[in-house]
Design a protein around this ligand. Structure first.
Ligand code: ADP
Length: 203
């Protein structure tokens, strides 16, 4: 937790992370998917949520595009707005994780500093997954037609075209979706999530 503002006192809870772990059969945590638009974050996020849920885990996907209808509907794509977007989603993901859920986030999250802040908000209960695909592949996929619009100048500040993407230097997992099919991507992340968040339940 960051330093509290003046006149705010932290409230102590009776229910702690260990009680939640015993109730749910796993710890709470965040699986943070980062990568270029079209790299596969949403596709993997949807499939991973279903996979972990079927395996008995309380998994929930927070997709950046969906959140922009509510939590972050007042924000655009300037560097400052992107930072605030990620700050909010990082804090919400950390709250969900604190409630015992496995939160999957799917946002481009182009800046290393913002990803590091999200990791810190989650108190280290965090798996950063770099969903890698080269720019040419993402442009060719263009699932939402956004690259075409960015290249023609219809939309500005588009990551990979007119805004930067800082490639993760030390992600917990790097998955190249140009050579790994969807099922294998999901299996690799699910394995890591189970190791990290289920661990040894006999303890
Ligand atoms: P993002 O959320 O990163 O913007 P999307 O998931 O919306 O990307 O789009 C990714 C596109 O790439 C989809 O059309 C999807 O079917 C395709 N795709 C091809 N191979 C993969 C893969 N291995 N994992 C995820 N998506 C893939």
């Amino acid at each position: 937790m960051t330093d509290l503002p003046a006149n705010i006192t932290a409230v102590a809870h009776q229910i702690d992370a260990e009680a939640r772990r015993r109730r749910f059969g796993h710890q709470g945590g965040v699986v943070w998917l980062t990568g270029l638009s079209g790299s596969g974050k949403s596709t993997i996020g949807v499939a991973l949520e279903a996979h972990l849920f079927a395996a008995g885990m309380n998994a929930v996907l927070l997709d950046g595009d969906n959140l922009r209808h509510g939590l972050t509907s007042d924000l655009g794509f300037s560097p400052d707005d992107r930072r605030e977007n990620l700050r909010r989603v990082g804090e919400v993901a950390a709250l969900f994780a604190k409630s015992g859920a496995i939160v999957i986030t799917a946002l481009i999250s182009p800046y290393s500093e913002d990803r590091a802040r999200a990791r810190k908000a989650a108190n280290g209960q965090f798996i950063e997954v770099y969903v890698a695909a080269d720019l040419d592949t993402c442009k060719a996929r263009d699932p939402k037609g956004l690259y075409a619009k960015a290249i023609s100048g219809e939309i500005s500040e588009f990551t990979g075209v007119s805004a930067p993407y800082e490639v993760p230097t030390a992600p917990d997992l790097r998955i190249d979706t140009t050579i790994t099919d969807l099922d294998a991507c999901v299996a690799a992340i699910a394995t890591e999530a189970k190791v990290r968040f289920i661990g040894d339940m006999s303890a």
